[in-house]
Design a protein. Structure first.
Length: 340
């Protein structure tokens, strides 16, 4: 399994991004929806996944989306998302790159137990959980499948590219061609920025979150975040690329630096850091070892919205995220490579 940075399989983005959030998910009723869906082109459709197969008898009309990418892609594809995951960042309840949802739609909190009764009350035709930390085992999948056909990740959570996750969601919704358009749009945004800043090629980046006594950073080359930065030309510093997976307390594929080791941050041309709390940011930026390291690199502090979009990118968030990172990237492209 290749989860995003600093978390267990269940916590996901949470350990790196949402450690500071105390969310209260509401529960509201849903108005009556359309009648039963009718079979359309491509249906019935059977999709293979980590827990077997799911057959969709007809194109879904009512969608419950339990992951950030599931919500974003389904909404962008025009699906009727009647219930789904709240955004865990500052821009609650929906991610800042999405149009406002009707009241009472985004009421499921990633940190709460799987709310089966609430999901059933939405009367979904499909449950999308391709990018969901709520559905990481067969038991959760089977309980959801008793409510509606449930579509999860192909092999492991975040084991596919964000492009393939979008294709899976598009197939389940019966609009694969439109999903390809979203993929192409995201790929164009990345390609345009890389063409604009060719000096990014060969530079290095560290993405992480300073929390408590540790500074976990991503080192897994297969991580979706690493794949996105690599598409811009940014790699890992050589010594970080060679580091083994971290031990207890952080997810595989990450390295947790102590504050005594924070000088290693200077090995990267770009350091992108988020913080669960304002106190974590003050400690990080006020630490003398950190300050010396950051003086030798380009440092970009980001909020939780950006951190979520960077640690688990999707084809809808990509353009928004690149725009948020863009102001710092010319400095990285123009500066001499660290070579450290």
């Amino acid at each position: 399994m290749r989860p995003p940075p600093v978390s267990s399989a269940r916590s996901s983005t949470v350990a790196l991004v949402v450690a500071a959030l105390l969310l209260v998910a509401g529960c509201t009723g849903t108005p009556p929806g359309p009648g039963p869906a009718e079979p359309g082109a491509g249906f019935p459709l059977t999709l293979e996944h980590a827990f077997g197969t799911t057959t969709l008898p007809a194109r879904p009309r009512r969608v419950v989306a339990l992951g950030a990418a599931d919500v974003a892609v389904a909404r962008e594809l025009g699906a009727d998302v009647v219930g789904g995951l709240r955004n865990a960042g500052e821009s609650q309840p929906q991610a800042p790159y999405l149009a406002p949802f009707p009241d009472g739609v985004l009421t499921i909190d990633e940190l709460e137990p799987l709310p089966l009764e609430r999901i059933a009350a939405y009367r979904p035709d499909v449950v999308l959980a391709v990018s969901s930390y709520l559905v990481t085992d067969r038991d959760a999948y089977e309980r959801l499948s008793a409510i509606a056909p449930t579509v999860v990740h192909r092999d492991t959570l975040f084991g596919a590219t964000m492009q393939d996750d979008a294709r899976r969601i598009g197939a389940a919704l019966g609009v694969p061609d439109r999903a390809e358009e979203l993929v192409a749009r995201a790929d164009r945004a990345v390609a345009a920025l890389r063409a604009e800043l060719p000096g990014l090629a060969g530079r290095s980046v560290l993405v992480g979150q300073a929390r408590g006594d540790v500074i976990p950073v991503i080192v897994d080359p297969a991580n979706q975040s690493t794949a996105l930065t690599r598409a811009l030309g940014l790699g890992l510093p050589p010594t970080f690329a060679a580091d083994p997976p971290a031990g207890d307390g952080v997810a595989p594929g990450t390295v947790a630096l102590s504050y005594e080791e924070a000088g290693r941050l200077a090995e990267a041309d770009l350091v992108v850091m988020s913080f669960p709390t304002a106190a974590d940011r003050r400690r990080f930026e006020g630490d003398p070892v950190v300050a010396r390291a950051l003086a030798r690199t380009t440092y970009v502090p980001i909020g939780l919205d950006e951190a979520i979009a960077l640690q688990a990118p999707n084809v809808v968030s990509t353009g928004w995220l690149l725009d948020r990172l863009r102001p710092a990237l010319p400095r990285v492209a123009a500066a001499p490579a660290t070579g450290r």
